[in-house]
Design a protein around this ligand. Structure first.
Ligand code: ZN
Ligand code: ZN
Length: 365
């Protein structure tokens, strides 16, 4: 191959462009992957609308991907010390250059807030190279953590979870679910659906999902939701909170996980939660505006544990992938892939994702 093609988003609202690159060579400690599949997720829609701060347009979108190792810059090993040879099917932690040396990394132990953090397909410029998944090849920089896909997992299994898999896993970890808890998940996109699965594996007695549209709620029921509420049919937030109260002896859910992206959902979720419950906000990845809440009623008197959840660390990717491999027959993540698109049709994939016509869209070079 003498040219490598990529899809470039040059700025918010601009049409996607094709760009050709010279075939990349691996840096020492790095690797080149031949892309097998990348995803189109809600974040890509936000990137298209310019809703995320600090994005160095032009970018090659696509942050969670699967590829086949083409070439490595010297020996490459996984975390178990096993060599990763050319031909191996792998994914990788899309965040790199977490410095491990700053105040956030060392004192706060909050790696996802390291100011030096860079993310493939989001905070990497297309001018710096093939650093996004909507391309025929991708360059893995030295230090990028490569994760070989377990034997049991196909590309479609893993990509059916996509970036929602470790994100949902992280949210459930933050929620501290106890055996027998009733959990409400607000939002039925890929993050909410993975949170639904991991909440069950964490010991939830039952999980209720509040979201839309229908196809996503059907997916939620396939993945074990006890009941679902369509927010396009029940438009009254008070009635939605009542729907949860009716299913929890009037008390509200022990745990609520917000994965909707709608700021108003945060107040609504607090209304759905029992006193002294736990609330995790993971869906407000972009700034969609402010909401008003009543600090007395919603926080103080409610005795709430309110937790934010930003990004995920390698541990969440690693553990969520092993869990998926173990439980893929019970939870058919791969059924979440609604459609696959060629690189040339990336714009259509983005449009379909924007109007929620698909649960999970893949881009396959
Ligand atoms: Zn740092
Ligand atoms: Zn994503």
């Amino acid at each position: 191959m003498d040219k490598v093609e990529a899809v470039v988003l040059s700025g918010p609202g601009r049409p996607l462009e094709r760009r050709e690159y010279a075939p990349p060579r691996p840096e020492p400690g790095g690797a080149i992957l031949e892309m097998v599949a990348s995803e189109v997720c809600g974040t890509d829609v936000h990137l298209f609308h310019g809703h995320l701060a600090g994005v160095p347009y032009p970018i090659i979108p696509g942050h969670v991907s699967v590829g086949r190792v083409l070439e490595t810059g010297g020996p490459l090993f996984d975390l178990e010390g096993q060599p990763i040879a050319p031909g191996r099917l792998v994914t990788f932690y899309d965040v790199f250059r977490i410095c491990g040396q700053c105040w956030h990394c060392l004192v706060a132990k909050a790696g996802t807030r390291c100011p030096h953090r860079k993310v493939y397909g989001i905070t990497t410029s297309a001018d710096e190279g093939l650093l996004g998944g909507w391309a025929q090849q991708i360059e893995l920089k030295p230090g990028v953590r490569v994760l070989p896909l377990p034997e049991e997992l196909s590309v479609e299994d893993f990509m059916g979870g996509g970036c929602g898999l470790p994100t949902g896993f992280h949210a459930v970890e933050r929620a501290g679910i106890a055996l027998g808890d009733t959990v409400v998940v607000q939002g039925s996109g890929p993050v909410g659906l993975s949170a639904l699965v991991f909440a069950q594996l964490a010991g939830a007695l039952r999980v209720l999902v509040v979201g839309a549209p229908k196809a996503r709620l059907e997916a939620a029921r396939r993945l074990g939701a006890e009941d679902t509420l369509d927010v396009l049919e029940e438009r009254d937030p008070a009635a939605r909170a009542r729907w949860v109260q009716e299913r929890t002896s009037g008390r509200g859910a022990d745990v609520v996980i917000e994965a909707s992206g709608n700021p108003a959902a945060v107040v609504e979720g607090l209304e759905m939660m029992r006193d002294a419950g736990r609330y995790v906000v993971v869906g407000q990845y972009t700034d969609a505006g402010d909401v008003g809440l009543n600090p007395h009623r919603h926080l103080n008197r409610k005795h709430v544990t309110l937790t934010g959840c930003w990004g995920y660390e390698f541990t969440h990717l690693h553990r969520s992938v092993q869990m998926m491999a173990r439980f893929k027959d019970r939870f058919p993540w791969r059924s979440l892939i609604t459609r696959e698109y060629r690189l040339a049709d990336a714009a259509e994939a983005l449009r379909d994702m924007e109007r929620l016509a698909v649960v999970k869209a893949l881009v396959r070079p």
